[in-house]
Design a protein around this ligand. Structure first.
Ligand code: NAP
Length: 439
């Protein structure tokens, strides 16, 4: 048998943390198998870190560690950016592309904020920029949207793309924990980012939503165009009211095609807590798991489910990108460019029509229901379901809780209704307004 003349591809890994150490370890321990799949040698030429003396799990051979990331990028065929954050990651990715390397990154923050610059650079030099791990870690969702569904028309994406907030909401729903208890345990288990607002205020999910929306609708979606609300206002009472009505509360990243008021279609991308019917597949996503539910015109509904974080799980997605980049590197030709061919208008959040659950605290006196109903009717929001709980408080001044579920209404109509309810003498407090999705 003649020896196969493997070309040797040099792989530089930037970052040897949770993900980087696992990527290096898997590349070294499964080298033969991966080389056979690619048809080329895959040589890890180095791993750039800040502190070479730091302990790493899994360990990285000392001779591979370097603090000179810029030197490592020079001469590499494939550069894997796993540092995170904006700088120096952005500069290093640009340097790598300009030097002719294909680049793999798991950095959603970098892509959501500087994606345009990076994709343009990649297109200019004909290099490939892969980022399967940047959204929902181990779950293959970027390649399905970019390639498998490239012939379809996606109508809507509903994603649970932040594991820590899903853990918190899930424990409140299944174990009856308070928000504070659930947040404390999520923090103790290391589920929350060092700055927890990135998770609980929906910033992380908004970055991922912008990336998914761009891919799904062949349009560049800046992260600033994503409407964002976190989970900090969701209370145990909201979860209980949702449960009683047959729903579960999830933090959803939603990107959808909607009719533009000016004619034609546009897209709206948003992140907020939402009520999901208990029979919807997304309701079964428990703990820190992620899932992306795609509604496509021809394929129908598809759900992608799995681990949305974890060093070795994320490394799996990065390795898939390495194999893919290595194959293209060998085949030659330009990488697949970012697709922005549709360039749909990005519409304001108000263009969306959805259903709502509104929890009201009202005076328990005759005529209240009529006053509440007229506030809805005046703004053209029709009520699907009304539920009243027993009154509590002093006999002379009892308060009842009303849970109202609406039919589909525009965001602006709902906002006007809430304003009217707040001004109504019958209403003591609008306790919460949560959108209903997945119907
Ligand atoms: P991490 O554990 O904090 O690791 C970051 C690594 O980058 C460390 O090894 C650090 O070196 C190195 N580093 C930082 N600044 C550097 C610099 N200036 N020059 C050279 N090296 C530098 O982060 P991670 O969890 O592995 O995440 C990496 C990327 O994957 C991020 O973009 C993250 O968003 C993404 N991601 C992570 C997960 C996950 O579950 N962890 C899931 C999906 C995506 P030292 O070790 O010496 O400090």
């Amino acid at each position: 048998m003649p020896m196969i003349d493997y070309r040797n591809l040099k792989i530089a890994i930037l970052g040897g943390g949770n993900v980087g150490a696992n990527v290096a370890n898997l590349l070294l321990t499964h080298r033969d198998e991966l080389e056979a799949r690619v048809g080329a040698g895959l040589e890890v030429v180095g791993v750039a870190v800040r502190d070479p003396a730091a302990e790493r799990t899994p360990a990285i051979p000392a001779e591979l560690l370097t603090t000179d990331a810029h030197a490592l990028v020079t001469g590499a065929d494939i550069v894997v950016e796993l540092i995170g954050g904006i700088e120096p990651a952005r500069t290093l990715v640009l340097e790598a592309l300009r030097a002719g390397a294909d680049v793999i990154t798991a950095n959603k923050a970098l892509l959501a904020t500087h994606g345009e610059e990076l994709f343009e650079e990649a297109a200019q030099v004909g290099a490939q920029l892969h980022y399967e791990a940047a959204v929902a870690a181990a779950i293959p969702i970027i390649r399905p949207l970019r390639e498998s569904l490239a012939g379809d028309r996606i109508r809507r994406i509903l994603g649970i793309v932040n594991g820590s907030t899903n853990f918190i909401l899930d424990k409140m729903d299944t174990e009856g924990w308070t928000t504070e208890e659930a947040m404390r345990v999520a923090s103790e288990l290391g589920y929350l980012e060092a700055d927890p607002t990135l998770d609980v205020e929906g910033y992380d999910a908004a970055q991922k939503a912008a990336i998914l929306a761009g891919l799904a609708f062949h349009t560049r979606v800046p992260v600033d165009a994503v409407h964002r609300e976190g989970i900090t206002k969701v209370t145990s009472d909201d979860i209980a009211a949702a449960k009683a009505a047959g729903y579960v509360v999830k933090l959803l990243a939603i990107a959808e095609r909607v009719r533009s008021p000016l004619g034609g279609e546009g897209i709206v991308t948003r992140v907020h807590p939402a009520l999901v019917p208990r029979e919807h597949p997304l309701a079964a996503v428990h703990g820190g798991h992620n899932a992306v539910f795609v509604e496509a015109e021809f394929a129908g509904s598809l759900m992608f489910y799995g681990a949305g974080a974890g060093g070795v799980q994320t490394a799996s997605a990065v390795l898939g990108d390495i194999v893919s980049a290595a194959r293209r590197h060998l085949a030659g030709g330009p990488g697949v460019a970012e697709s922005t061919s549709a360039d749909l208008p990005i519409l304001p959040f108000d263009a969306v029509s959805t259903r709502y659950q509104i929890v009201l605290e009202v005076a328990d006196v005759p005529g209240v229901l009529a006053q509440v109903a007229s506030a809805f009717a005046e703004h053209g929001v029709s009520i699907e379901q009304f539920q009243q709980s027993a009154a509590r408080g002093e006999d002379a001044d009892p308060t009842a809780t009303l849970v109202v579920v609406t039919h589909e209404a525009r965001e602006s109509a709902l906002a006007a209704t809430v304003e009217a309810l707040n001004g109504s003498p019958a209403v003591r407090r609008v306790a919460s307004v949560i959108r209903v999705e997945g119907l």
